[in-house]
Design a protein around this ligand. Structure first.
Ligand code: PLP
Length: 390
């Protein structure tokens, strides 16, 4: 039985062209980019070309793009760089962040920083005013993701950047604004400079590149915890994973189109179909309900829905048995049973959060797949004993 893959927010299926690029670079450009011989020089040129190509799609200058191993590492580099500050201060983090921001924030709290988690509103979107109210003269960093990985809610990153800039203009201390843009790249236009970000994280495998390459946008260099051979301007030392880097640059080029109006319209069409079909299944609850009434505020690639009191895990298993890959939420936290945190941070009660499933699409998803999935989902829900559907 072939699987219909609707878990793109966890990872994208491999894009054959990026896999080929990975193999080509691994075999043909194996030199260490730091070496002085011809093989090293060839690798160095490829590395720089990948940086230039990626930067072009991120609204960044090439020297502002650092290659890392994944989105998690990019987030950690920024968050944990605060540990080297002479004095602790406060950090303001949205309550709906991915664990790769949330957990470093908790570590900062253990190390004496005053960490303030700001919940989202019930529509899954963080209020810029509430975020700013948590900021004070001791605040060093604000972290607000661009697209939430569980609900697809698009966060007001640009507005927060404007408010922080205004605050700095009227005498406040400049505050670093970091945004986890992992679920935005290839899905929405991301222009780090126009968004007013100081730093942003990205991940290649969400775009069809093989694992092993993340990116970090840094408006200005920072002092990271890592020490080593000086690669990546000392920000992420360690021999560069050139095959994954080149594959990621290609994936960004190939799928930046998905972030354009046409790609988004295609995804919105599929999501509209999904909402229409699931909307006719008895007992459905979209999380948040505004995905139906204000679709433009949510990524067209992610839909969260629940059929309480059926546990999301059970539905994921039932759908897996029928040949569909979906998930209960963030793949990274699902196994740690922490996946209710994000939905609860937007006021969703425990029982509804416990029932949530996430359906996420990508550039090869078709209407036929959505139709088949929706019909099988209706059958799976109907197959449950009546009390489970009440
Ligand atoms: N941030 C968000 C919003 C994510 O969805 C993910 C992956 O699920 C990450 C960060 C982590 O990215 P990576 O898997 O590259 O470490």
């Amino acid at each position: 039985m072939s699987t219909i893959y609707l878990d793109w927010a966890a990872t994208a299926p491999p894009d054959p062209e990026t896999i080929e690029e990975h193999a080509r670079v691994a075999a043909g450009a194996f030199g260490n980019p730091s070496s002085d011989h011809a093989a090293g020089k060839a690798a160095r040129e490829l590395l720089q070309s990948a940086r230039i190509r990626a930067a072009r799609h991120l609204g960044a200058r090439p020297e502002q793009v650092i290659f890392t191993s994944c989105g998690t590492e990019s987030n950690n580099i920024v968050m944990l760089s605060l540990l080297l500050r002479k004095r602790t201060g406060s950090v303001v983090v949205s309550g709906i962040e991915h664990p790769s921001v949330f957990e470093p924030a908790r570590l900062l709290a253990e190390m004496g920083f005053a960490v303030r988690f700001v919940p989202a509103e019930r529509n899954g979107i963080v209020s810029p005013d509430r975020l700013l109210q948590a900021v004070d003269e001791t605040t060093l960093l604000v972290a607000l993701m661009y697209v939430n990985n569980e609900t697809g809610a698009i966060q007001p990153v640009r507005e927060v950047a404007t408010l922080l800039a205004e605050r700095a203009r009227t005498g406040g201390r400049p505050i670093h604004l970091h945004s986890d843009c992992v679920q935005a790249l290839g899905k929405l236009p991301v222009d780090c400079s126009a968004l007013g970000l100081d730093s942003a994280s990205f991940s290649g495998h969400k775009l069809g590149a093989p694992r092993g390459c993340g990116l970090l946008y840094l408006k200005r260099p920072l002092v990271p915890l890592y020490r080593g051979g000086g690669q990546e301007s000392d920000l992420r030392p360690g021999t560069e994973n050139l095959p994954a880097i080149c594959a990621t640059a290609l994936a960004i080029e190939r799928h930046a189109a998905a972030a354009g109006a046409e790609g988004r319209a295609r995804a919105a069409d599929l999501k509209g179909l999904l909402i229409e079909r699931i909307g006719s299944i008895e007992g459905h609850r979209f999380i948040p309900p505004e995905v139906e009434t204000e679709p433009e505020r949510y990524s067209p690639f992610i839909l969260n829905v629940a059929f309480p009191p059926m546990p999301g895990e059970v539905l994921v298993r039932l759908m897996n048995d029928r040949g569909y890959a979906i998930s209960t939420g963030s793949a990274c936290s699902a196994r740690k049973q922490k996946h209710l945190r994000v939905l609860q941070a937007m006021g969703v009660d425990h029982d509804l959060a416990f029932s949530a499933i996430r359906v996420s699409t990508g550039y090869t998803t078709t209407r036929a797949e959505i139709e088949a999935f929706s019909a099988d989902l209706a059958r799976a829900v109907a197959s449950l004993p009546a009390p489970a559907r009440r």
